[in-house]
Design a protein. Structure first.
Length: 308
């Protein structure tokens, strides 16, 4: 049989040793992560500088407010003791003292806010520094690998383009083997050929001798079972100008007594037990074939048509 190398990967994947000793080389940090951490630290440091400037100004403002209150109190005491001053002059001195006290209260509140801001920015600088240290020891995140592109678009394409060209055996009376051109009307054929296809799509990406292993363990096994004289195609004949198609119904199955087997209610596929009668019975052939297509994902749930 001629090897179709075009369908298999040209370059085998490199095998990574399973056991590797600890590496002494330092971790190469992610430059983008380090840059972002450095920028965050710079922003935090500038905010801390602004908070410190605000705190110093608030302390100066409180000191000025304390001095203004002291001067206003001395002025009031002096005016109250001078009997020659008019009453409105004494009232003006008292109002000046009240304004000084109000300014002092606001200065105290401003300093409290400045202290809180100073603490917040100091914490932010500490956290930004820790984040930068962490970034310097963090390796870049590996980019997610793209899933390999599927080789064949559908099961029929796989059968026509790869299976049939690689299984050229003589059919007819002189060879104990049968084939059916309408293989997709045989449930067992769908299941076996799809299993062969799934294995092919995985193993074609593996290093040699993956092709030989796939032929031995998958293609040969399933094609021999399908084309055997008493296999699923035993009622068909695909000889040139003499095609006979006779899909045989599957063996019937009787319902076991309810409760004999455990049932998983979360399973995707359920049998007849939900709608069956009390008496064990036989499964309808059409129902069996449709369920097989459903399990192989070839039934359009909206229209009920079989997509092959």
């Amino acid at each position: 049989m001629e090897r179709n190398d075009d369908y298999f990967s040209d370059e085998p994947e490199e095998l990574t040793p399973t056991a590797a000793g600890p590496s002494d080389s330092p971790v190469e940090p992610d430059p983008d992560l380090v840059t972002a951490a450095q920028e965050a630290l710079l922003v935090a440091e500038k905010a801390a500088e602004a908070a410190e400037t605000e705190h110093d100004a608030a302390e100066d403002g409180l000191a000025d407010a304390e001095g203004a209150v002291a001067v206003a109190e001395f002025k009031v005491d002096d005016f109250e003791a001078d009997s020659e001053l008019r009453e409105w002059e004494k009232a003006a001195a008292r109002e000046e003292l009240n304004r000084a006290k109000r300014s002092y209260t606001r200065a105290v509140e401003r300093l409290a806010r400045a202290k809180a801001g100073l603490e917040v920015t100091a914490t932010a600088v500490e956290q930004a520094g820790a984040d930068l240290d962490q970034a310097k020891t963090t390796a870049p995140t590996a980019e997610p690998e793209e899933a390999p592109q599927q080789r064949f678009a559908s099961l029929p394409v796989f059968v026509e383009e790869y299976v049939v060209p690689n299984w050229i055996h003589k059919l007819g009376e002189s060879y104990a083997g049968v084939w059916c051109t309408k293989w997709w009307e045989h449930t067992e054929a769908i299941t076996r050929l799809e299993a062969t296809w799934e294995a092919f799509e995985v193993m074609r990406l593996q290093p040699p001798p993956s092709l030989s292993t796939w032929i031995r363990d998958h293609l040969d096994v399933h094609m021999r079972a399908l084309t055997a004289p008493h296999g699923v195609f035993h009622g068909c004949n695909a000889r040139e100008n003499d095609h006979i198609h006779d899909p045989r119904p599957p063996w019937t199955v009787a319902n076991p007594p309810e409760g004999l087997f455990e049932v998983n209610g979360d399973a995707l596929v359920h049998g007849r037990s939900e709608t069956a009668s009390d008496e064990p019975g036989e499964r309808d052939d059409a129902e069996y074939d449709l369920s097989a297509y459903e399990m192989n994902g070839t039934v359009n749930k909206e229209t009920g048509e079989v997509n092959v």
